[in-house]
Design a protein around this ligand. Structure first.
Ligand SMILES: Cc1cc2nc3c(=O)[nH]c(=O)nc-3n(C[C@H](O)[C@H](O)[C@H](O)COP(=O)(O)O)c2cc1C
Length: 214
């Protein structure tokens, strides 16, 4: 068996102290995301994984792009009929995950998902490049298709159909808002004694802050 026993790294870029963290995790998130976006070594700092639980009880994870966030939570866009879209209808709990290797940081977010209001999805769809808009129309995301040419032909057909017209957002495409109830910030530290600060929403909807053992 191949082993990776010697692949190890000392994490020592930064530390995370209770005395420094923000009282609200969304503010803490904002600080970390801004630092990740500024880092030349990180491409797509807003890429995050979303895990949903499927009917067989097994989680399934895929990457999406965070497109906005505020006090309420994190928004990404997708096809509501996709595999993830169907899983979310049955179980709206999700786990979001960011890993910024160069900063030796990860963030783990447990959240409830809900669709964003239609006008918000309309606004974002309208802001997308035309090619991405057509792509959303062409793709029955997660469905089995006969071959690649099938998609290319559909794209050509749709380009003709919508020529000179403003493309409307298809109803099955839009945003999900992930409303967090737990957010953990992880900063790698030497000797595997990493800093882990967990924010949990209590019954009064206040954020409690605790340190976790690494
Ligand atoms: C970096 C990255 C960003 C992605 N962003 C999105 C996105 O914002 N929305 C989306 O629907 N799929 C996005 N994808 C594709 C998804 O990972 C996934 O293949 C697709 O959503 C279908 O997932 P599902 O079949 O589990 O529903 C992205 C993939 C990568 C690697």
């Amino acid at each position: 068996m191949e082993n990776l026993y010697n692949h190890r790294k000392v994490y020592n870029k930064s530390e995370l102290l209770e005395s420094q963290v923000k009282q609200n995790p969304m503010e803490q998130f904002r600080n970390w995301l801004l630092e990740a976006e500024e880092s030349p070594m990180i491409s797509e700092a807003n890429a995050m994984s979303v895990s949903t639980v499927e009917a067989d009880g097994c989680p399934r994870t895929r990457m999406v792009l965070l497109k906005s966030y505020d006090w309420n939570g994190f928004v990404f866009y997708t096809n509501y009929n996709s595999r993830k879209g169907k899983a979310i209808v049955e179980n709206n709990h999700a786990c979001l995950h960011f890993f910024w290797a160069n900063l030796e940081r990860q963030i783990i977010i447990k959240a409830n998902l809900e669709k964003v209001p239609e006008n918000i999805s309309d606004g974002y769809f309208a802001s997308r490049p035309r090619g991405s808009q057509l792509g959303a129309l062409v793709s029955n995301q997660s469905e089995i298709i006969p071959n690649k040419e099938f998609l290319e032909k559909q794209l050509l057909d749709l380009e003709k159909e919508w020529e000179g017209k403003e493309i409307e957002r298809p109803q099955h495409w839009g945003g999900f808002l992930a409303k967090p109830y737990e957010i953990e910030f992880w900063q790698g530290r030497p000797n595997r004694l990493h800093d882990r600060i967990l924010y949990s929403l209590n019954e009064n909807f206040d954020w409690e802050i605790n340190r976790l053992s690494p």
